[in-house]
Design a protein around this ligand. Structure first.
Ligand code: PCA
Length: 234
C-alpha cells in the first residue's frame, strides 16, 4: 500500500495577504506525484488560528491516517528554507490570529511537555541539501505564533492518536516567480506587500526589504525533504 504524506499549509494572516505556502504546497504535490508515484500526498489548509488549527489538524490526522506529516508556514524576512528543529509549548505574539485571539505567554497545553523535537530527518536532509547547493538551514525557533503551535500540536496529537509517524515543520521565505528575483533581493512579487513579524518566525530587516526565493527552488526543496522523510522502498 502506498505511503501517505499529509502536507499542511496556511492561508493569509495579518501582514501576509497572500500566503506563499498555498502555491508551494500545490507545487510540491505536483512535483511529488511525478517524482514519487509510490507516494500519496494529501495537502490540507489549516486556519491561522490557535484553536482552529489544532482542531483542523486533529481532523486531518484522523481522516488521512498519514505515514508522515510535514507542515509549511511562511517566515517573512528569512532568506533560506528552514528545517525547524524544536517546537515549544508557548503561544505568544504581538499579532492576533485570524479569530482575533491575541495570546501572551500562554502554554499551548497546560502541564504539557515543554517541547518536542522534530521527528523528520532534519540533520540528514539539511546536510544533503546543503551539499547540493540548496538554500537551507536548521532553525532552532519556529517562533511563538500559529506555526510553532501547529508544529507542537502535530507532534502531540499524532502521538495521542497512536500514529507513530515522522512529523515536523518547514518555514519558507517569501517567494517570487522564477527568474524574477532582483540582484539586491528587493521585492519581486508585484502588488503583494509582506510584513515580517518576529513572533511568527520572521526576520525584520530595516533597509534591505524582504528577501525572496524562486518558487521552483522552494518546491524542489520541500519535495526533497518529503522524499527523505518517506524514502522509496525497492
Ligand atoms: N506563518 C505564521 C503562521 C502562518 C504562516 O504561514 C507563523 O510562522 O507562525
Amino acid at each position: 500500500m502506498a505511503n501517505t504524506l499529509l502536507l499542511t499549509y496556511f492561508g493569509p494572516f495579518p501582514g501576509v495577504p497572500v500566503n506563499p505556502t498555498v502555491a508551494l504546497a500545490e507545487g510540491a504535490v505536483r512535483a511529488l506525484n511525478t517524482a514519487r508515484p509510490d507516494l500519496r500526498v494529501v495537502a490540507r489548509e489549516l486556519p491561522v488560528s490557535y484553536d482552529g488549527s489544532s482542531a483542523a489538524l486533529r481532523a486531518a490526522l484522523q481522516e488521512v491516517q498519514p505515514d508522515a506529516l510535514i507542515s509549511l508556514g511562511v517566515a517573512v524576512g528569512r532568506d533560506v528554507v528552514s528545517l525547524e528543529q524544536v517546537a515549544i509549548n508557548l503561544d505568544s505574539a504581538g499579532i492576533e490570529d485570524n479569530d482575533g485571539d491575541r495570546r501572551c505567554d500562554e502554554p499551548i497545553v497546560p502541564d504539557g511537555r515543554e517541547a518536542y523535537f522534530s521527528s523528520l530527518p532534519v540533520r540528514a536532509s539539511f546536510e544533503r541539501l546543503r551539499a547540493a547547493g540548496e538554500p537551507v538551514e536548521i532553525s532552532y525557533t519556529a517562533g511563538t505564533y500559529v506555526c510553532n503551535h501547529v508544529f507542537y500540536e502535530g507532534q502531540r496529537i499524532s502521538r495521542e492518536l497512536g500514529l507513530s509517524i515522522p512529523a515536523g515543520f518547514v518555514h519558507v521565505p517569501a517567494i517570487c516567480a522564477d527568474g524574477e528575483e532582483d540582484a539586491d533581493g528587493e521585492e519581486a512579487t508585484e502588488g503583494v506587500e509582506l510584513t515580517a513579524h518576529r513572533d511568527a518566525g520572521g526576520v525584520v530587516r530595516d533597509e534591505q526589504g524582504v528577501p525572496y526565493l524562486p518558487e521552483s527552488t522552494v518546491v524542489r526543496i520541500i519535495a526533497e525533504i518529503a522524499s527523505d522523510t518517506l524514502p522509496a522502498v525497492d
